[in-house]
Design a protein around this ligand. Structure first.
Ligand code: SF4
Length: 261
């Protein structure tokens, strides 16, 4: 069953948020402050389904992002606040912003000026890495975190619901190879049902396919995780920590760095 859920970030710059894993993280949302825009429509998306609409605010301009970020960093810096990471995430897919490359350049410049030791991370669903502007920008940041939820097409389509029919696992894995040694591949592990269809990307067949894809891509690291908050598809279950650790062990045995949590 689908739930009307909209947990949106209502601004371009949000936080800082403190977490044990990331430390102090300042968020940047390049999508509208009052709606969601994404090239996927994941059944687990914390921002809800795309059907809620894109809102009326539109995308913030490159200039506006720079201005808002500079104001926040300068204020935090004057207060002596710590900052470990600036993270692009938010109400949809950040790389859909038409000025994504310029925004990354501005962010790196401001980071160097105010918090040279902080990292810049981008959480992306990997649908735009075929665009050289997006790929080059992702290569400049400290952590490009690229989604690969299943290496089997029907499962990937069921979980991520990509807008493009041309988006296939084969094309994706081929394109992800450009981040060999530098990219972080992120996989959401989950089980349940969606519209009467069984969802489970933890079966032996799924894990074998993922291991093969990880080996082909050769990422810096694989990040495994599961559900944390409520999801638009209610019939989903979290994969518990012990099981994630067991799957992480298999990834490690395949010679790939992995972070499971
Ligand atoms: S890619 Fe991210 S923002 Fe887009 S639908 Fe999936 S979880 Fe939500």
């Amino acid at each position: 069953m689908a739930k009307d859920q909209t947990i949106l970030f209502h601004s371009t710059i949000f936080g800082p948020i403190h977490s044990r894993r990331l430390g102090t993280s300042l968020g940047i949302n390049l999508m509208p402050a009052d709606g969601k825009v994404c090239s996927f429509d994941c059944i687990y998306c914390e921002a809800g389904y795309n059907a809620q609409g894109a809102g009326k605010a539109g995308l913030p301009s490159r200039e506006k992002v720079k201005e808002d970020l500079e104001r926040k960093l300068s204020e935090m810096h004057s207060n002596g606040d710590p900052l470990d990471v600036i993270t692009f995430s938010g109400n949809g897919e950040p790389t859909l912003h038409p000025e994504f490359g310029g925004v990354i350049d501005d962010t790196l410049e401001l980071r160097d000026r105010y918090y040279p030791d902080a990292k810049v991370s981008v959480l992306t669903n990997s649908t735009r890495i075929f665009d050289p502007m997006v790929a080059e920008a992702l290569k400049k940041v400290d952590n490009n975190i690229l989604k690969l939820d299943s290496a089997i097409d029907p499962t990937m389509r069921l979980i991520d619901q990509p807008a493009s029919k041309e988006f296939t696992v084969d094309r994706l894995v081929e394109a992800l190879k450009q981040f060999s040694g530098t990219g972080i591949i992120q996989t959401m592990l989950l089980r349940g049902t969606h519209q009467g269809r069984k969802v489970d990307n933890t079966t032996p067949e799924e894990i074998d396919a993922l291991l093969k894809a990880y080996k082909e891509i050769g990422p810096k690291e694989v990040m495994l995780y599961s559900l944390d908050r409520s999801t638009p598809e209610e019939n989903l279950q979290k994969v518990e920590k012990e099981e994630i650790e067991r799957i992480a062990g298999k990834v490690r045995e395949a010679g790939i760095n992995v972070m499971g949590f």
